[in-house]
Design a protein around this ligand. Structure first.
Ligand code: TEU
Ligand code: CA
Length: 569
């Protein structure tokens, strides 16, 4: 390189500091849905003591942080995403003492606990709403709690104030006959939306967050946080004008000076807004949890209830788009599943013919990208969707509401069940399969939702003793991230974008070059590789025989996936 280029390079390096390194860049997060993870007292409902009893299991998998879905006091209309007391634990899950014990025991093992922060709405049993519901108030200044929620007068015809719809079906407004006004609920009618424009609401929430931070938690996953700036009268739900003001205020008033992890659930995020949420100088959140790779496969009208046929080219283009968008600033979370989504291997792999190979392939592709990987409970043992046959087996409020609406609209019950088995949220919520014991070892009592009947052959005990298991594959991938900076910080480049069956990408950092190759089909695939990818190195992972040399052509077995690392010079 000549002098001029050297000088320019130095200028650029100064202008663009390398990414600040954070502990959560190398971390892997494990999501627990408490109701379904482990029931220690035999009442059929998972509990905090059950989670504590599995910390060694999680430690041996190698995870760094547990994201706990809500454990707060709740009438459980939406399994805890409807909170009636932000500073107490649901009795079915345990007590505050159990929670403190869990935090302490997790910390001993180097594991942090990240809480689910549900502050877009509360339960209708929260004292704020009970007060709010008493009416606008006649005394001077009115009822101070009325404005904690969003109340509006009926439309001229007496109907809802406007056309906003609830995610769980029907209008997002419910009439309160006592005051003659409607309140807003973007989810169930038992989940009234908080009014973030009210400074007192924000104060209460920041106080509550500080109270939990003081108990030593590792951070927050923030439920539908892109909704808090809503402007109900304009029918604006996400990305309201003050959304980022609120997040910056929250950051400054709560976790900003603590080294914690904050993950924003943002269904609406775009590559542009992701840089606002997670940009290094923005002082908002650590990372976005966005769903474009999920929703790209949804139907324009019927959404997830009628998914489009699997299209790898589309999936790759969305995943790559997000890798590029956040390559220099911001941060991605990486996930295939969570408590709202179908099981990864059923959705993207082959849960019957090639369950083991495809589950490992999916893990390889995801864990070697740039971002922080999330493992949803049971994914690490290749748990699958449920084969329920009647609506009575379902528990989820979303599925039950949709069933009523769709069947009323003329869909046959059989067709609905087929859709629910493919896309319903209960797929992710059947009990964790620990062993071949009754109820999969989840509980000694009858579980609140049926165990997947395949627990005798798919369970953690078997997985842990088999060197070639899906579980051991996850364990190795999680360790690889800690051993190889190229996996954490390497520049991402996708290859063969139009190939309909294979996913190929590289990661490059200094002299390290990692190539990841995956076959997304149950067929053998013959792949012609560009010259840039033809090299010899070390095989970091493979779900068949190790591969360490790449020539002009590679023959991939069904769902084969591997990664080769070469060091230049
Ligand atoms: O999810 C937000 C959300 O939009 C989903 O409910 C979504 O509508 C659905 O899964 C897709 O069909 C969060 C939580 O993750 C979810 O469990 C809660 O039910 C919801 O918020 C309300 O708190
Ligand atoms: Ca229990």
């Amino acid at each position: 390189m000549n002098d001029i280029h050297d000088q320019l390079d130095a200028v650029i390096r100064q202008a663009m500091p390398p990414l600040d390194r954070k502990w959560w860049h190398t971390a892997t997060i494990y999501q627990i849905y408490p109701r379904s993870f482990c029931d220690l007292n035999g009442d059929g409902i998972g509990d905090i003591a059950g989670i504590a009893s599995k910390l060694d299991y999680l430690k041996s998998l190698g995870i760094d942080v547990i994201w706990l879905s809500p454990i707060y006091k709740s009438p459980m209309d939406d399994n805890g995403y409807d909170i009636s007391d932000y500073r107490d634990i649901a009795p079915e899950f345990g007590t505050l003492a159990d929670f403190d014990h869990l935090v302490a025991e997790a910390r001993k093992r180097g594991i942090g606990i990240m809480l689910d922060l549900v502050v877009n709405h509360t339960s209708d049993e929260h004292p704020w709403f009970l007060e709010s519901r008493k009416g606008p108030g006649s005394e001077k200044g009115g009822n101070p709690f009325r404005d904690f929620y969003i109340w509006r007068k009926p439309a001229p015809d007496g109907g809802p104030p406007n056309g906003l719809r609830s995610s769980f079906g029907g209008p997002a407004w419910t009439l309160d006959p006592d005051s003659g006004e409607y309140y807003l609920h973007l989810f169930s009618r038992r989940q009234p939306d908080l009014n973030w424009e009210n400074e007192k609401v924000r104060e209460e929430i920041y106080d509550m967050m500080n109270w939990w931070l003081g108990r030593g938690i590792a951070g927050f996953r923030m439920d539908v946080i892109d909704y808090i700036g809503k402007q109900a009268d304009q029918e604006i739900v996400h990305d309201g004008p003050h959304l980022h003001d609120y997040l910056r205020e929250m950051n400054a008033r709560t976790f900003g000076n603590r080294n914690v992890l904050t993950v924003g659930e943002t269904w609406s995020a775009t590559p542009g807004s992701a840089l606002l949420y997670s940009g290094r100088d923005r002082h908002e959140l650590s990372m976005v949890f966005q769903f474009e790779h999920v929703t790209q496969a949804w139907d324009e009208t019927y959404g997830k209830w009628r998914p489009k046929p699997f299209d790898l080219v589309k999936l790759k283009s969305v995943l790559s788009k997000w890798q590029y968008a956040l390559s220099d600033d911001g941060w991605n979370s990486l996930f295939w599943g969570n408590h709202d989504l179908p099981r990864a291997v059923s959705r993207y792999g082959d849960a019957t013919g090639h369950r083991k190979e495809s589950a490992k392939m999916l893990a390889t592709v995801l864990h070697l990208m740039k971002g922080t990987p999330f493992v949803y409970q049971g994914e690490e043992i290749g748990m699958t969707n449920v084969p329920f046959t009647t609506i009575e087996q379902y528990r989820d409020i979303e599925t039950l509401n949709m069933h009523r609406l769709h069947v009323e609209a003329g869909l046959s019950p059989e067709e609905f069940i087929r859709g629910a088995n493919e896309s319903g949220r209960d797929n992710a919520r059947t009990p964790m399969q620990w062993s071949a014991a009754p109820y999969g070892g989840f509980s000694t009592g009858v579980p609140w939702i049926e165990v997947n009947p395949n627990y005798a052959t798919i369970n953690a005990e078997m997985e842990m003793t088999d060197e070639t298991s899906i579980w051991n594959h996850y364990r190795r991938l999680i360790a690889l991230r800690k051993a190889h900076p190229v996996i954490v910080y390497g520049e991402y480049q996708s290859w063969l974008d139009q190939h309909p069956d294979a996913f190929v990408y590289t990661r490059t950092l200094d002299r390290d070059r990692l190539v990841v190759v995956a076959n997304f089909t149950a067929r053998e695939v013959s792949l012609d590789l560009p010259g840039e990818l033809q090299f010899t190195g070390e095989c970091l992972t493979s779900n068949y025989e190790p591969v360490d040399a790449l020539g002009e052509n590679v023959a991939l077995k069904p769902y084969e996936a591997f990664a080769v690392l070469a060091r230049e010079g």
